[in-house]
Unconditional design. Structure first.
Length: 253
């Protein structure tokens, strides 16, 4: 069984590791031995764990899951050449990773929050020689899409990486609207959860414009509500949110 080594033991690393159990021999490397032990236990103790000062990184294929601003600190422990690096560091270009860590190849990946329930929308780019392996690894936590450039990945980060926060705002706002009209909060949340769950399935097969037209009767309740959203600038707000997040991703790079 092929070995994959996680550098970093946060929530994203744990989500990916759980998805890969049984498919890879998994190692995790970090600073805190107690946290590493908890990581392993969360994976049914099927993961070997090591501290940085006790691990040989030579020729290891790595999933890099540290915070972007910790890259240089972590790289200092990697004094030998590693294998393929699969990086989930937001806003961190391949060139910067290659500057600090000797490697055979780099692939960037951008999972999102739904990785924790194996339903991430993960976008990837980098060395195309390792495209199939990268898609196989990250399909363990949901849907995957290979993109042609780092610019496209940064745009995808603004959409899918940050998207759960946008959708959380919309979900909360819709629920608040129902409460304002007299629905109990608990009932409003159950209805909102069902709404999002059903809509995600519809969106897989039908264009959003057709979904909208399918539910909007002339002069009906949906048309009234939809008109109010357009008047409030919801559409433009969403467009500007992606633009702002993309600009921030470029700044981080």
């Amino acid at each position: 069984m092929k070995t994959i080594t996680f550098v970093g033991n946060g929530n994203m690393a744990l989500a990916i590791a759980k998805g890969l159990l049984g498919k890879y021999h998994i190692e995790v490397v970090g600073r805190d031995k107690k946290k590493l032990q908890k990581f392993s236990q969360a994976c049914n103790s099927e993961v070997e764990y090591f501290t940085f000062d006790s691990f040989d990184f030579s020729n290891k294929d790595i999933i890099l899951c540290v915070k972007p601003n910790n890259l240089e600190e972590v790289a200092a422990y990697m004094q030998t050449k590693v294998g393929v690096i699969y990086s989930v560091l937001a806003g961190t270009p391949i060139e910067k990773i290659e500057k600090h860590i000797q490697n055979d190849a780099v692939v960037r990946a951008m999972p999102n929050l739904a990785a924790s329930v194996q339903s991430s929308m993960t976008t990837l780019t980098g060395d195309a020689n390792f495209k199939d392996e990268a898609l196989s690894i990250f399909s363990a936590i949901g849907d995957v899409l290979w993109l042609g450039s780092e610019k496209e990945l940064d745009i995808a980060t603004a959409l899918a990486g940050s998207g759960p926060a946008y959708l959380a705002l919309i979900a909360e706002a819709l629920s608040d609207g129902a409460v304002k009209q007299g629905l109990k909060r608990s009932d409003a949340m159950i209805i909102t959860q069902g709404l999002f769950s059903g809509f995600s399935k519809l969106l897989r097969t039908t264009h959003p414009a057709l979904l909208k037209d399918g539910v909007m009767s002339p002069g009906g309740t949906t048309a009234a509500g939809y008109g109010a959203m357009e008047k409030a600038g919801v559409r433009n707000g969403c467009i500007e949110a992606v633009e702002a997040a993309f600009k921030k991703a470029k700044e981080l790079a």
